[in-house]
Design a protein around this ligand. Structure first.
Ligand code: PGA
Length: 251
C-alpha cells in the first residue's frame, strides 16, 4: 500500500558535471526497479541539469532545502516554486545538519514544509535524536516534540505530500546504523503520532524513511520492518553502484 522511497542525499558533494555523470550511470542500473520511488538530491546548482538527464526515467529529483516565502528580498534563499521550476518533485526539509549548523528549528521546518506542500512538492521532513538524547532516554520525547512542531497545522490532505525521515543523529555518517528493532520502534511511534495529529488512515498511508548509514548490506533488514517504508541515504548514495543496490532492496 505504501510505495517505498529510496532517496539519495548528496549533501555538499558533486559538481554539475559529476552529478550529471552519476545519474547517467545510475539510470540503466535502476531502470528495472519497480514499485519503488527513486530520488536523488543534488546541490541547488546541479538541479536543473540533472533534471534534464533524468527526464523519462524512473529517477526523481529532490532539493536539499528551501525557503518558505515565494519571492522577495531574501538574499540567498530559494523558494519551493523555483525548485519545481528546476524540475524537483521533492524537497528535504529539516535535515539534522541544517538543524545543527544552520539554526533550523521545528518552527522553520514547519513553515518550509507548508510552503513546499503549497508549491506542489513532496516534503521529506527529517527528525532524529542525538546520541546524548538517546543515552538519557529522551528519544521518544525528542521525536514527539520534533514531529508535532514540524508538522503542526497540516490538514489530512497535506499529509499526502509529506514523507517523514527518521534519522538518528548518531547514525548519520558514522557507520553505526540503528538496529532493525531500534528503527522499527521509533517508526511505529512516529506513525502513532501522525494518527494523533491527523487520523489513522493518514498514519497508515504516510511513508516513514529510515536514514543513518544505510548501505546495500543492511537495507534489506531495515526494509523488512513493518513501519519502515524506505531510506534516506547519504554516503552510500554518492556512487551509482551502491545506490542502485540499495534501490534494488526488494529484488
Ligand atoms: P549517511 O547519511 O547515510 O551518510 O549516514 C544519511 C543522511 O544524512 O541523510
Amino acid at each position: 500500500m505504501r510505495i517505498p522511497v529510496i532517496a539519495g542525499n548528496w549533501k555538499l558533494f558533486k559538481t554539475i558535471g559529476e552529478a550529471v555523470a552519476m545519474v547517467r550511470e545510475l539510470k540503466p542500473l535502476v531502470e528495472k526497479c519497480e514499485d519503488v520511488e527513486i530520488v536523488v538530491a543534488p546541490v541547488f546548482t546541479a538541479l536543473s541539469r540533472v533534471s534534464d538527464v533524468i527526464a523519462c526515467s524512473n529517477v526523481k529529483l529532490a532539493a536539499q532545502d528551501c525557503y518558505w516565502e515565494e519571492e522577495g528580498a531574501f538574499t540567498g534563499e530559494v523558494a519551493p516554486k523555483l525548485l519545481k521550476d528546476a524540475g524537483c518533485g521533492y524537497v528535504i526539509i529539516g535535515h539534522s545538519e541544517r538543524r545543527q549548523y544552520f539554526g533550523e528549528t521545528d518552527l522553520t521546518v514547519n513553515r518550509k514544509t507548508k510552503a513546499a506542500i503549497a508549491a506542489g512538492l513532496q516534503a521529506i521532513v527529517c527528525v532524529g535524536e542525538s546520541l546524548a538524547e538517546r543515552e538519557s532516554d529522551q528519544t521518544f520525547s525528542v521525536i514527539e516534540t520534533q514531529i508535532t512542531g514540524s508538522l503542526a497545522g497540516l490538514s489530512a490532505a497535506d499529509f499526502g505530500q509529506v514523507i517523514i525521515a527518521y534519522e538518528p543523529v548518531w547514525a548519520i555518517g558514522t557507520g553505526k546504523t540503528a538496529s532493525d528493532d531500534q528503527a522499527q520502534e521509533v517508526h511505529a511511534f512516529i506513525r502513532q503520532l501522525v494518527a494523533k495529529l491527523a487520523d489513522q488512515s493518514v498514519a497508515d498511508a504516510v511513508r516513514i524513511l529510515y536514514g543513518g548509514s544505510v548501505k546495500p548490506d543492511n537495507v534489506k533488514g531495515l526494509m523488512s520492518q513493518p513501519d519502515i517504508d524506505g531510506a534516506l541515504v547519504g554516503g552510500a548514495s554518492l556512487k551509482a553502484e551502491s545506490f542502485a543496490a540499495i534501490a534494488a532492496f526488494n529484488s
